[in-house]
Design a protein around this ligand. Structure first.
Ligand SMILES: Cc1ncc(COP(=O)(O)O)c(C=O)c1O
Length: 390
C-alpha cells in the first residue's frame, strides 16, 4: 500500500479560527462536544451584512439554535427564519421582536400557525393552496410569500423538490391569497445549501425573475424578494469570502430585479458553520483482512450523533489529528453505533494519518451548522451532541 505525506495546502487561517482550534486542542471532554465561538458568529454576521447591503438577514435558526447564538444575533439586529413553533418560542424568549420573524416552513400545523399569529408573527411562507387556507383561517389578514421550486441546483446539499411549487402554480397562489384576504408580498426560493459559488445562483435567479416579472405584468404589486440561504462554509474546497460572495449574489439580484424595497436573505450554514468545531476521539482502528487496502477508523461521533450531513458523503468535513503531517493512507471513516448506515466516508475514503489509533483526539472543523440539531437522542445509548459556547 502506498503511504504518502499529507500535502494539501491549508488556507491561511484567521486568528479567530486559531482561537477556536487552540481551545479545542487543549479541552478535555468526556463525550463528543461542539464548541461554538460566539464572537465568530458575530464576525460572520457583520461580513454577510456588509455584502448583502440593504437586504435583511433572517438567520435560519435550524442551522444552530444555541441560546448564545440567538442572543448575540438579536443583539446585532438580525431577523429570523423559523421552521416551527419551538424555534419561534426560542427567538421570542431571547428578545427577538415578532415582526422580525418569518415563519418560513411551508409545512405548518394549523395550531402552530394560530400560535404564531397570537404572539405577533405576521409573515408566513406557503407553496400550496391548502397551506394558504390554513393561514387565512388561523392568521387572518397575514402577509405571505410563495416559495418557488428550484430545479437546477448545483448545491452540495440540495433541498430537492420537497419545497416550493412551479411557476404557474405560484402565480395562481398569489391570486388565491388575495381571494382569501391575505396580503401576498412576493416570492421566495432556496438555491440549495452549500452553493459554493455565487455564479451557481444564475439559473435559479433567472427562473425566479421570470415569475416575478410575470406576476407584475398580471397586476401584482410585489414588494418582497426572499432569496433564502445557500451561503457556503469552508469544508476544504475553495469558496469566496462571505462579503464578496454575498455582494456578488446581490449584484446578480439587482441585475434582474432592479431595486426591490424588501429583500430577505436567510443564511444558516454560512452564519454558524465556521464558528464551530467538534471535539471527538478515535474509538477503534482496524482492517477487515490482512489484504485490506483500507483502514477503518471508527470515531466517537457518527451519522446519528451530529454528522448527518455525511449522508451521500455530501459534506466532507476536515479532521485535525495529533498525527497531522505524518504519513497518511486511505481510511473508511465510521461512527460508533451498531447501525450499518453509520458510515461517514467509504465511496471516497479519507486520507488520514496511518499512526491514528484509539484514544486519539480528533477535531472536526467548521461543524457549527446542522450538527447539534441533527443529533439523535440516545440512539444506541449515545447521548446527543454536547454544545459549549466560548
Ligand atoms: C427556508 C430556509 N431558509 C434558509 C435555510 C438555510 O439554508 P443554508 O443553511 O443553506 O443557508 C433553509 C435550510 O434548510 C431553509 O429551509
Amino acid at each position: 500500500m502506498t503511504a504518502f505525506v499529507a500535502g494539501a495546502i491549508a488556507p491561511a487561517r484567521s486568528a479567530a479560527a486559531n482561537r477556536l482550534e487552540n481551545f479545542c486542542a487543549s479541552a478535555d471532554f468526556d463525550k463528543p462536544t461542539l464548541v461554538l465561538d460566539i464572537d465568530r458568529v458575530e464576525d460572520q454576521y457583520r461580513a454577510l451584512k456588509a455584502g448583502l447591503g440593504h437586504a435583511d438577514i433572517h438567520y435560519a435558526v435550524k442551522a444552530n439554535p444555541h441560546r448564545d447564538v440567538l442572543e448575540r444575533l438579536v443583539h446585532l439586529g438580525s431577523h429570523f427564519d423559523c421552521a416551527s413553533r419551538g424555534e419561534i418560542e426560542m427567538c421570542l424568549a431571547l428578545g427577538a421582536r415578532p415582526e422580525t420573524i418569518s415563519y418560513g416552513n411551508t409545512i405548518k400545523r394549523a395550531r402552530d400557525i394560530a400560535f404564531a399569529a397570537s404572539v405577533g408573527v405576521t409573515l408566513f411562507a406557503a407553496d400550496a393552496e391548502e397551506e394558504l387556507v390554513k393561514i387565512a383561517e388561523n392568521a387572518p389578514g397575514s402577509q405571505v410569500y410563495i416559495r418557488l421550486i428550484v430545479e437546477a441546483s448545483q448545491a452540495d446539499w440540495p433541498l430537492s423538490r420537497k419545497f416550493g411549487c412551479d411557476a404557474d402554480m405560484a402565480l395562481a397562489l398569489l391570486d388565491r391569497a388575495v381571494e382569501l384576504g391575505l396580503e401576498p408580498l412576493g416570492f421566495s426560493f432556496h438555491v440549495g445549501s452549500q452553493t459554493r459559488r455565487a455564479e451557481f445562483w444564475i439559473p435559479a435567479l433567472d427562473a425566479f425573475a421570470g415569475v416575478w416579472h410575470e406576476a407584475e405584468a398580471r397586476g401584482h404589486n410585489l414588494s418582497l424578494l426572499n432569496i433564502g440561504g445557500g451561503f457556503p462554509a469552508f469544508y476544504g474546497e475553495d469558496i469566496e469570502g462571505p462579503t464578496r460572495y454575498a455582494s456578488n449574489v446581490m449584484s446578480l439580484v439587482t441585475e434582474r430585479f432592479g431595486h426591490v424595497d424588501r429583500v430577505m436573505a436567510e443564511p444558516g450554514r454560512g452564519m454558524v458553520a465556521e464558528a464551530g468545531m467538534i471535539v471527538a476521539e478515535v474509538v477503534l482502528t482496524s482492517r477487515k483482512s490482512d489484504r485490506d487496502m483500507h483502514r477503518w477508523v471508527y470515531l466517537s461521533i457518527g451519522r446519528f450523533s451530529g454528522l448527518a450531513e455525511t449522508e451521500g458523503e455530501a459534506i466532507r468535513y476536515q479532521f485535525v489529528t495529533p498525527h497531522d503531517g505524518e504519513a497518511v493512507g486511505p481510511c473508511i471513516v465510521a461512527g460508533p453505533s451498531c447501525d450499518s448506515a453509520d458510515v461517514l466516508y467509504e465511496k471516497r475514503p479519507m486520507n488520514l494519518p496511518l499512526a491514528l489509533k484509539s484514544g486519539d483526539k480528533v477535531l472536526i472543523r467548521n461543524t457549527g451548522a446542522y450538527t447539534s440539531t441533527y443529533s439523535s437522542v440516545c440512539f444506541n445509548g449515545f447521548p446527543p451532541l454536547d454544545v459549549v459556547a466560548i
